[in-house]
Design a protein around this ligand. Structure first.
Ligand code: ACM
Length: 262
């Protein structure tokens, strides 16, 4: 199975440019599962909720979602992509999961980072598992990495691959995601963005270093801090079904839940 990330520098507010750029970067790439960054179509540094409202889209009828569905259909593949979503009077920092036959689901970011709390509503997605053929995937968005309960919940529910659209600004997440992979014996795909955004009084530099990690914590593919690049590796996703650490130790069955109560 060919799994990958796309790392690029979105232009704030220019949805057509950003979607077009992703479509052209993937034109000649062969993949089964591709992860795009968080808020890949809009950029990150919204000034206020009005601006989110103006750029957010409905799923599945919005422009970005329709283009992603066409792309997934053309490629006969699955795509996980971060977008600003509006639904029922609320605004979410979401990821859509699309496949050759349309939208499979939406994940809404559970753990909002910093000023995102002023811009978006808290996600309500319950860490769903999505079947893509014989493989199960789940989604975390960016700062969700900081809450091991989220990846553990997905792993206990049976996901083989955690897809992680990101706009990372703190320097720890790429290393932490290697830990999320080994502690759950799953693959992780972090698709980060690059570049700098300066809007209002804020300036953010995004850290790049997108990566694919296997259940043994090996980094199979990683990007640089600034490059716009697609990374793809061929993996056996079923490696994630082996939860034995030694012949005596199982990563789930050895948990001492009797001692964890608060
Ligand atoms: C982040 O959650 N975008 C840092």
């Amino acid at each position: 199975m060919k799994i990958g990330f796309l790392q690029f520098n979105p232009v704030f507010g220019n949805v057509e440019y950003n979607v077009g750029k992703v479509v052209s970067m993937l034109k000649d790439v062969d993949f089964d599962l591709m992860v795009l960054p968080e808020l890949f179509n809009t950029g990150y540094l919204f000034l206020d909720r009005n601006e989110v409202e103006r750029l957010a889209e409905e799923v599945p009828d919005g422009y970005t979602c329709r283009r992603l569905v066409n792309l997934a259909h053309e490629k006969n593949a699955f795509i996980v992509a971060g977008i600003a979503e509006k639904c029922c009077g609320k605004l979410f920092n979401s990821a859509v999961i699309v496949g050759p036959r349309g939208v499979l689901g939406i994940y809404r970011k559970a753990h909002l980072f910093s000023r995102e709390k002023l811009l978006f509503d808290k996600g309500d997605s319950n860490f769903e598992v999505y079947d893509i053929g014989s493989v199960k995937i789940g989604v975390l968005i960016c700062f969700d990495w900081c809450f091991p309960e989220a990846s553990r919940t997905l792993a206990l529910r049976g996901v083989d691959i955690i897809c992680h659209p990101s706009n990372l600004v703190l320097p720890y997440a790429q290393i932490a995601m290697r830990v999320r992979a080994i502690e759950n014996r799953v693959y992780t795909i972090t698709a980060n963005r690059v570049g700098v955004e300066e809007r209002g009084n804020e300036r953010l530099k995004f850290t790049g270093l997108s990566q694919i990690v296997n259940p043994k914590m090996e980094v199979l593919c990683s990007a640089g801090v600034d490059d716009e690049v697609v990374g793809v590796v061929d993996v056996d996703p079923l490696m994630a079904r082996d939860k034995w650490i030694t012949p005596y130790n199982h990563v789930f069955n050895d948990r001492r839940v009797d001692l964890y109560r608060l």
